[in-house]
Design a binder for this molecule. Structure first.
Ligand SMILES: *[C@@H]1O[C@H](CO)[C@@H](O)[C@H](O)[C@H]1NC(C)=O
Ligand SMILES: *[C@@H]1O[C@H](CO)[C@@H](O)[C@H](O)[C@H]1NC(C)=O
Length: 432
């Protein structure tokens, strides 16, 4: 009877688990050691490496569900691997943190880097599963691509010559970061005005900006072109006013520009208080109004991640906040005025002072600062924890302190007792 009961319970539980995990299983394969052979089948695999206990993996779970939905009609197959059960597969693909999302085809694999949001992961998978430069042969295709509202790079002209070779080469190297297309002059001219071909431009936020070839010299020409296109693509590959988070800050720092960061409060529904929104819009207007002036040296963006900013600023901050980060030295600059009373002119002046290295610089990345940062983070975490749950923090901190005191009391007292005994002897002697 008991056995039957257990059996029924197991049936019930496994039935429940089955329906629980089965929502996506039509498209998501639960893979294991078998993937060591499977990945060589010639197709593209989007794989999530996870462990059942990691918090970030749980957070990505609903996003992953949407990614699976979005990609279900493509040739990309989707799977996940529980790395706690199959550590060898994780090792094989060099996975060290969880979750890691990779696109894999044969021996080639690329890790998704960036914000873990559905659109970015889907775009990454689509990019990496096609040719580095996709050739557009119909005018409607270009319309469709423009309507996707995605940043992309476009080469116009015959697919030959130094500019094409370099563009193609850079696209292959930086495929993970952006979409690259090529098309003929006649198709491109239906959409934009061209001065000359071949030409390269970037399309973002309904505008396009051409790459202008800088004059190189003779033998050095090819090397020069390569370096200059690399640099240009690196400078252009982010939106004009970008949302920055822990996920993409490393990437953004690669631009080697000053990062102008507006920090605002944002709730779970992505709502921002009115005064902060106004401040954010004002800073955005600075770059929108005068892109030519700021674009090559400043990357503008905003964030609602306090953790990210406190980690840089190393002080308690009040919102909204404006901070400029030097991406080579990691020094940061903050305006002297309260952001809420700043005007566009004041912001422009501040940026000019930063650019001319007249604004005071804080932080950096040398040893003393890193040490202070570690100390500051520990302190902040503790303070936050206390604010979140004073009783628990006190108990957590208090208990060891308590035990330590008791232990110390006994040690010291042992000494007191000993000392007293020893002391007593001379005392008695003196008395006598
Ligand atoms: C092109 O430039 C990039 C970055 O400046 C460099 O990493 C790469 O090796 C160069 N390629 C060639 C073929 O010179
Ligand atoms: C950062 O600081 C260094 C040293 O002061 C300076 O040379 C560089 O131009 C600054 N800006 C950026 C964007 O790196």
């Amino acid at each position: 009877m008991g056995k039957l009961g257990n059996y029924l319970l197991i049936l019930f539980v496994s039935g429940f688990l089955y329906t629980e995990t089965n929502t996506f299983s039509k498209w998501v394969l639960e893979l294991g050691d078998n993937f060591a052979n499977l990945h060589n089948d010639g197709g593209y695999w989007l794989i999530k490496f996870y462990t059942p206990w990691c918090g970030n993996c749980k957070r990505v779970e609903p996003i992953w569900g949407h990614v699976v939905q979005a990609l279900k009609n493509t040739h990309i197959r989707i799977g996940r691997i529980d790395c706690s059960s199959y550590p060898n597969v994780a090792k094989m693909f060099g996975v060290t943190k969880y979750p890691t999302i990779k696109i894999i085809r044969g021996e080639e694999h690329h890790t998704f880097q960036g914000d873990q949001d559905t659109e970015q992961i889907v775009n990454f998978a689509l990019r990496m599963s096609g040719p580095a430069v996709e050739h557009i042969t119909r005018p409607e295709s270009l319309t469709n691509i423009k309507n996707m509202n995605q940043l992309f790079f476009m080469y116009v002209g015959e697919r030959e010559g130094a500019l094409w070779d370099t563009f193609n080469d850079v696209a292959n190297k930086m495929q993970a970061h952006a979409f690259y297309y090529s098309t003929s002059q006649s198709i491109a001219e239906k959409h934009i005005f061209l001065n000359e071909t071949p030409a390269v431009f970037v399309h973002k936020e309904n505008s396009h900006y051409f790459y202008t070839v800088e004059a190189g010299n003779g033998l050095e020409e090819a090397r020069h072109l390569n370096a200059s296109i690399h640099k240009w693509i690196n400078e252009e590959r982010f939106e004009t006013f970008l949302k920055i988070s822990e996920g993409n800050i490393e990437e953004v720092l690669q631009t080697k520009k000053y990062i102008v960061l507006v920090v605002v409060e944002e709730n779970k529904l992505q709502e921002i208080p009115k005064d902060m929104l106004e401040f954010r819009n004002m800073v955005e207007s600075v770059i929108r109004k005068d892109r030519d002036k700021y674009h090559s040296s400043f990357q503008f963006g905003w964030t609602s991640s306090l953790e990210l900013v406190i980690n840089i600023a190393m002080e308690r901050i009040s919102l909204p906040y404006l901070i400029v980060l030097n991406s080579t030295t990691y020094h940061h600059h903050v305006p002297e005025d309260d952001p809420l009373i700043m005007t566009t002119e004041a912001i422009e002046l501040f940026l000019e002072r930063v650019y001319n290295q007249q604004a005071p610089a804080y932080g950096g990345n040398d040893f003393a600062v890193r040490l202070y940062r570690a100390y500051f983070n520990a302190k902040t975490t503790l303070a936050d924890r206390y604010r979140g749950n004073p009783v628990l923090t006190t108990v957590l901190l208090g208990l060891p302190t308590c035990f330590l005191s008791i232990i110390m009391y006994f040690c010291v007292c042992q000494n007191c007792l000993d000392a007293n005994e020893e002391d007593e002897v001379p005392l008695h002697e003196k008395r006598e």
